[in-house]
Design a protein around this ligand. Structure first.
Ligand SMILES: [Zn+2]
Length: 299
């Protein structure tokens, strides 16, 4: 999920992302009006809605700058960044694979789709929401660990490439935790409450409005069947699929929201400020210039 951002966001990369006219504002106005109406009639909802209204534009804006950072990293480190990026996706998929095996499901090897990511093919469908959630969280759990290892390598060696990879890994795994459709988050919340799909869908719609692109629209379209499933009448077997023991539900909830918090924290720690990135770029350029002069110095 990187190339499409190149084409869409690269033109802004040179300028400050904060100067961009915020498109979310037009979208936020009617939502704000609706929220005000709600406030009038349901003062109890106030505690929920006011922080959301404050927080949401921030998420959308930083969502764009996160992608800009990753595009900038790719321009500085080129092929080495790409290698690390693919490895991070591989570690994430390995997490799903291990979790699926642990649950006794037959799985195929990870399949990579260029610029979209990767997936593992389950040869057995999960029997219930609990198993689906475990397979779903396996990827982001191991993926977060992989990103943390990158940050550890950076702290040990001072090599900024690993910090860039850590940030990217934290971001990718966080995005995948959006509770919608076939994203990992959508699978995890089957064991919490499928109604969280509505929250994920709203977040995704907001992201798509703020930064329209093909991948987000695809994810939205592919999440529609599950939304329809929420609303339509369900058979007894379908209802049983979502039954999860309260203890397990609590454990999965703690793991899911804890992981989100850890990933946000990880991104905060591993973010490279612009001026530091410029320094890293200069040193990478100097290093590659030195490599180029070595063979030409020899006869
Ligand atoms: Zn995944």
């Amino acid at each position: 999920m990187n190339d499409r951002h190149d084409t869409e966001l690269a033109p802004d990369g040179a300028s400050s992302p904060t100067r961009r006219p915020p498109r979310w504002r037009a979208w936020l106005a009617p939502l704000g009006a609706a929220a005000l109406l709600l406030l009038k009639f349901g003062s109890k909802l106030k505690f929920l809605i006011v922080p959301l209204l404050k927080f949401f534009p921030l998420v959308l804006k930083t969502g764009g700058t996160m992608v800009l950072s990753i595009v900038a990293y790719a321009t500085v480190w080129g092929v080495w960044f790409a290698v690390g990026f693919v490895l991070l996706i591989f570690v994430h998929e390995l997490g799903h694979l291990l979790a699926a095996r642990k649950c006794g499901l037959k799985v195929g090897a990870p399949v990579f789709i260029p610029f979209m990511g990767a997936f593992i093919a389950l040869k057995d469908a999960p029997r219930d929401a609990w198993i689906e959630a475990q397979v779903g969280i396996g990827g982001p759990l191991l993926g977060a660990l992989g990103a943390a290892v990158c940050e550890g390598i950076h702290l040990a060696t001072g090599e900024p490439l690993f910090r860039a990879l850590a940030y990217t890994g934290f971001f990718l795994n966080l995005f995948n935790l959006t509770p919608v459709g076939f994203l990992d988050g959508g699978r995890i919340v089957t064991a919490l409450s499928p109604w969280l799909w509505l929250v994920g869908f709203a977040v995704l719609v907001a992201m798509t409005v703020a930064h329209p692109n093909f991948l987000l629209v695809m994810i939205l379209l592919l999440s529609l069947p599950r939304l329809w499933f929420l609303l339509r009448p369900k058979s007894e077997a379908e209802r049983r699929y979502f039954e999860v023991a309260p203890g397990r539900r609590l454990a999965m909830g703690a793991l899911y929201f804890g992981l989100i918090a850890a990933l946000v924290g990880g991104m905060h720690v591993s973010h490279i400020p612009r001026e530091h990135l410029a320094r890293a770029e200069a040193s990478v350029n100097a290093a590659s210039a030195a490599v180029e002069t070595v063979p030409s110095a020899a006869p």
